[in-house]
Ligand binder design. Structure first.
Ligand SMILES: [Zn+2]
Length: 176
């Protein structure tokens, strides 16, 4: 039984800066969190999910490795990113902001170093959409949402949709 629920735009948890997790001391939390996150990602048919989206402010995200070439990795714990390359525009969405898809500029390449659930560190050099997905998920760990990166004009155009999401899901998603 999953106890954690998907957090939607308007949930304060999505705006907090998340803390690192101690893999050896917090194994139980990590295990239940990852199982809930995988369940949410599967149910919602998402590309990725960060822990705050499941209601936990810890530095963990998962990505769908069937959709993205991540050399077999799908769990990223305490990730550190280095981004490079030209800015590249592509379309993004977010499970926490349903129905909104916008083109966002991001650096084309990402090197990510993280830990897997066994506590083994790994490093990946990614580009294009995999690099973008890692940047999007990592932003969640700092309380940043992709709509924050829109131009003021685009932001104004989706303002009503955002407040609709807040009204429709916001209150409910705070109950864990
Ligand atoms: Zn997202």
């Amino acid at each position: 039984m999953s106890t954690r629920r998907l957090q939607y735009y308007g949930s304060k948890i999505l705006r907090n800066r998340s803390r690192k997790i101690d893999i050896s001391l917090e194994g139980e939390l990590l295990q239940s969190l990852l199982s809930d996150m995988l369940e949410i990602l599967r149910m919602e048919r998402g590309l990725g999910l960060a822990a705050p989206q499941a209601g936990e402010n810890v530095r963990v995200f998962i990505l769908n490795s069937e959709e993205l070439d991540l050399k077999g990795h799908s769990v990223f714990i305490n990730p550190e990113l280095t981004v490079s390359g030209p800015l590249h525009k592509d379309e993004e969405g977010c499970l926490s902001i349903p129905g909104i898809f916008e083109f966002i500029k991001r650096p084309y390449k990402t090197t990510v170093t993280a830990y897997n659930p066994s506590g083994v560190q790994f490093s990946l050099d990614l580009d294009d959409y995999a690099a973008r997905a890692v940047q999007h998920e990592n932003d969640h760990l700092d309380g940043v949402l992709f709509v924050d990166k829109l131009s003021p004009i685009r932001k104004r155009l989706i303002r009503k949709k955002l407040s609709d999401i807040k009204r429709e899901y916001g209150q409910d998603s705070r109950i864990l």
